[in-house]
Design a protein around this ligand. Structure first.
Ligand code: UDP
Ligand code: MG
Length: 169
């Protein structure tokens, strides 16, 4: 399975209900790696751009209204098949019909207030990630990096440096 990045949003209902940690924890426990994280308040123009593919549909205006009603939390998760994995953790659009155990089934209300957004394809992921994150706001690292960094320069340290793209601040 190819290593992919996917863009997840905790929607305004999730942030307001204090479910941001619950959502992030589910993705961490599924073995996906956090590459980027930020809180934002979408402008109307921003929400319209983000959901441009739905323009003209009956739910478009109420959806935009909902998405600008409070802040959102945007996260980028990386891992093999992360786009489909995320969609499976989320569940289908209409919360009461989503499979048992999914985030939408557990915490969503209906087919609009459904807690979470997840990219539906590699092309959508690329577009959505670029919408929220600058390149230097995304990070690549390996599980052992915190240990190898401590061992670096240490006479016992034999581990090789793994992939990094952490910008200097
Ligand atoms: N939506 C809605 N009514 C609908 C379908 C969708 O309000 O009948 C909202 C809902 O918040 C959904 C978003 O529009 O998450 C985007 O719709 P999409 O079909 O892309 O669903 P998703 O990919 O989020 O499951
Ligand atoms: Mg969608």
């Amino acid at each position: 399975m190819a290593v992919e990045r996917t863009c997840i949003l905790v929607k305004p209902d999730g942030v307001c209900k204090g479910l941001t940690g619950t959502v992030l924890e589910r993705f961490e426990k599924a073995g996906l790696r956090l590459s980027g994280l930020k809180m934002a308040r979408l402008s109307r123009a921003g929400a319209e751009r983000l959901y441009a593919q739905h323009k003209g549909k009956p739910f478009y205006d109420p959806l935009i209204h909902f998405m600008v009603s409070a802040p959102i939390v945007a996260a980028v998760w990386e891992g093999p098949g992360s786009i489909q994995k995320a969609r499976a953790l989320m569940g289908s659009t209409n919360s009461p019909e989503a499979p048992a155990g999914t985030l939408r089934r557990q915490h969503g209300i209906d087919n609009r207030h459904n807690l979470i957004h997840g990219s539906d394809s590699a092309a959508s992921a690329e577009r959505e990630i670029a919408f929220f994150f600058k390149p230097d706001e995304l990070f690549a690292y390996a599980s052992a990096d915190w240990q190898s960094a401590e061992l670096k320069g240490n006479e016992h340290g034999k581990s090789k440096k793994t992939s990094h793209s952490v910008p200097s601040r």
